[in-house]
Every structure is written in structure tokens, then in C-alpha cells.
Design a protein around this ligand. Structure first.
Ligand code: PMP
Ligand code: GLU
Length: 397
């Protein structure tokens, strides 16, 4: 047999999804495992949104839609981007895709030529580097340490850009760190992107999950030049507890939107018509449910961070958005636990799952070795159970 595609062969499985399926399998096998793995809200999709999906089926809204999505949904996305992010877009500048992951993917496919460099601010969501590779481009990782609140500086970005740099990937609020860039930080990053002539993919999927009354600043809102070179990514998965409905969207200039739409027209076409109808209701309907979920996430964060920082040997800084906490476990590297020498966050996470029955995500694949990501999109009871187990796991090691 001839070898398969080199690009496809080089793509790694998603750590987050692998851990999530391990967790779900262990649970199905009857084990009392606690999950902090995949970042998906534990809340059900709000009733009025589910009803819109049911109505779509009842009313036979079950046929193809235009590749870029229903015009009504693209209008709804404009309305929401204006209300939540202060962004002005026309429906023709919106392209709906099968989840925000897919939106990032088509944005990269649209912008990158083989050999182009894509600068990724790390710690970063595991799929970014793999999607860059799928586009034939080269990921260039710029790391921010815990001491700098996991946020890169404009100077770091400037130093990483070369003549081959095509795109900078920004994610605020961030998965996996939960950190939120301030207006001043974004302004200095935007200045570099304009001066060095790079595109930006601004993944703002967590824009509604910001705590402590902090201001969320949308990158494309910072000026006409930066807006022109930015593809904004957003969607309904996180804000509306709709991970399984698979609706994401991009907002960009019209030319880029047209190319992305063409690309979709030969790959997935538009996402499920039923999901699109439900997403319209999510975006233009009552928003009270999302505010309530946001308040619940904030209370969970406070509790998790407070308790984690009282457990010997581990620590975390307080994130300001999304639903992730980065647990620093570097104290355990080079130490023996349960008769095994711990060399990495993976080994710690593996042992914690085996002996403590708690699923977390080691952050090596997020370019943050020495950390475990805890998703607190789960109940306070489960959070306490997980932390009790962490205490015991460390004590008995
Ligand atoms: N971007 C980030 C930063 C994410 O954490 C996720 C969650 N998987 C996505 C995009 C993709 O979301 P979706 O489920 O809509 O594909
Ligand atoms: N974004 C979520 C996570 O990071 C969902 C899983 C995924 O798509 O990677 O866990």
C-alpha cells in the first residue's frame, strides 16, 4: 500500500476528547469516577432553545440551508456580536460552521499556505497546533508563564513574528488558563499585528464567561485596521450549554467570508438546519439562563481556587473567565508516588485517575508542562468530591 497523507499521519488525537471518552467509559463501567476533563457545561440546554429545535422538526425545517448558514442566523449572530462584543458586522460577513472548532479550522484553511507560520499564544487549547498543521502551516509557540498570568506580551509577539508569519492566534478568555487580556494588553498586541501585517484569529467563544465584573474586550473592536485583519470566532457551545448542537461562526471581512463559505460548500455544507434554528433562538431570545450559568461558574471557581490553594503541594492562580483552572503540580516532578517516579503532568494525571478516580487534563499538550487543567463546569458537590480525593491522593502517596 502507498503511504497515506503525511499531514494526516502527523495529526495527534485531541487530549481533551481522549480523556473525556476515557472518563465516560470508566463511568459506564460502573466506576465512581469524578470528571474535570472536557470543558463542557454540565447544564442542560435551556428549555426555550431546545423547544426551537423541536419546533424546527415539527415544522419540517429539515432541508439544506445555504453553505454559510441561514440568513436569519447570520443576522442573529450580528445582533449578538453587537450586544456582547460591541462589534458591527453585516450578515454577509458571518459564516456559520459545525462548531467553533470547525470555524477555527476553516479560518486557518482560508488564511494559510503551506510553510506559513502561525504564532500561537501558549498555554493554548490543544487543537490549535494540530489544526495549523492540518493547514500545512507551522505552529510557532510563544509561551507565557504562570508568573505573567499566562498572558503573552506584545514584545514577545513582536519577537516571534518573521517574514513568514501569516496569522496570530489569540484566545481570550483562554482555554486552558481562564485568563482574560485587558484592553491595554490587547491594544499593544493589536499595534504589533497591524505594524507587522499579520492576520489574527480571535477565538472569543468564552466571551460571556467573564467574572469579577471584569470588562470583556473584543479584539476586533479596537479599530478599523485590526478589525479588517481579524477573523472573530464565536459560537453557542459554551455560553448556551449547546456543545452537542455543533454551531459556531466567524465574523470577518466580506472577502474572507466568501472564501470560507466556498470552502464549506465543498466540505460540510452548512450545519444541521435544526441546530441552526435552535441557535437563532439562543442568540436573540432571553439571555437570563446564560447570566445564571455564569454566576454558577463564578461561585464554583471561587470555591475550587480557595480549596485548591489549601492543599499541600499544589497551587493555582485565580482565573477570570471560561471554566478552567491550571493546577501547578511541579512540586511532584521527580518525586515518587505510589512506587512510581513522577516525570510529568501526564504521569501524575494518569495516577490520579487510576488511584484517585479523578479525570483531569495534563497540560503538556497545551504547551504548559507541570500543570493539570481542571474544568469546573461541574457541580459544587463534584468539585468537593474531586478535591477531597486530591487531598487523599497526595496524603497516601
Ligand atoms: N475554542 C476554544 C478555545 C474552545 O475551548 C472550544 C471548546 N471545544 C472551541 C473553540 C470549540 O467549541 P465548539 O464545541 O463550538 O466546537
Ligand atoms: N473545548 C473543550 C475542552 O477543551 C471541549 C473538548 C474539545 O473539543 O477539545 O475540553
Amino acid at each position: 500500500m502507498k503511504p497515506i497523507s503525511k499531514i494526516a499521519a502527523g495529526v495527534q488525537a485531541s487530549t481533551t476528547l481522549v480523556i473525556d471518552s476515557m472518563f465516560k467509559q470508566m463511568k459506564a463501567d460502573g466506576l465512581d469516577v469524578v470528571g474535570f476533563g472536557a470543558g463542557e457545561p454540565d447544564f442542560p440546554t435551556p428549555m426555550h432553545i431546545k423547544q426551537a429545535g423541536i419546533d424546527a422538526i415539527d415544522n419540517n425545517l429539515t432541508r439544506y440551508t445555504p453553505a454559510a448558514g441561514l440568513m436569519e442566523l447570520r443576522r442573529a449572530a450580528c445582533y449578538r456580536l453587537k450586544a456582547d462584543c460591541g462589534l458591527d458586522y453585516e450578515p454577509e460577513e458571518i459564516v456559520v460552521a459545525s462548531g467553533a472548532k470547525h470555524s477555527v479550522y476553516i479560518a486557518l484553511m482560508t488564511l494559510c499556505n503551506p510553510g506559513d507560520e502561525v504564532v500561537i499564544a501558549a498555554p493554548y487549547w490543544v487543537s490549535y497546533s494540530e489544526m495549523v498543521k492540518q493547514a500545512g502551516a507551522i505552529p510557532v509557540i510563544v509561551s507565557a508563564t504562570e508568573a505573567q498570568d499566562f498572558k503573552i506580551t506584545a514584545e514577545q509577539l513582536d519577537a516571534a513574528i518573521t517574514d513568514n508569519t501569516k496569522v496570530f492566534m489569540l484566545n481570550s478568555p483562554s482555554n486552558p488558563t481562564g485568563m482574560v487580556y485587558t484592553r491595554a494588553e490587547l491594544e499593544s498586541i493589536a499595534e504589533v499585528c497591524c505594524r507587522r501585517n499579520v492576520y489574527v484569529i480571535a477565538d472569543e467563544i468564552y466571551c460571556n464567561l467573564v467574572y469579577d465584573n471584569l470588562e470583556f474586550v473584543s479584539f476586533a473592536s479596537l479599530g478599523a485596521d485590526i478589525k479588517e485583519r481579524t477573523i472573530v470566532v464565536n459560537g453557542v457551545s459554551k455560553s448556551y450549554a449547546m456543545t452537542g448542537w455543533r454551531i459556531g461562526y466567524t465574523a470577518s471581512n466580506r472577502e474572507l467570508a466568501k472564501v470560507m463559505s466556498n470552502y464549506l460548500s465543498h466540505s460540510t455544507s452548512a450545519p444541521s438546519t435544526i441546530s441552526q434554528q435552535a441557535a437563532i433562538t439562543a442568540l436573540v431570545g432571553p439571555q437570563e439562563d446564560i447570566h445564571e450559568m455564569c454566576r454558577a461558574f463564578e461561585a464554583r471557581r471561587d470555591h475550587l481556587v480557595e480549596r485548591m490553594n489549601h492543599i499541600d503541594g499544589v497551587s493555582c492562580i485565580k482565573p477570570q473567565g471560561a471554566f478552567y483552572v491550571m493546577m501547578n503540580m511541579q512540586n511532584f516532578i521527580g518525586k515518587s508516588m505510589y512506587g512510581r517516579m513522577i516525570q510529568s503532568a501526564e504521569e501524575f494525571a494518569q495516577l490520579f485517575l487510576e488511584k484517585g478516580l479523578v479525570a483531569t487534563v495534563p497540560c503538556t499538550a497545551f504547551a504548559a508542562p507541570g500543570f493539570l487543567r481542571w474544568s469546573y463546569a461541574t457541580s459544587l458537590q463534584e468539585i468537593d468530591k474531586g478535591l477531597d480525593r486530591l487531598e487523599q491522593f497526595i496524603k497516601n502517596a
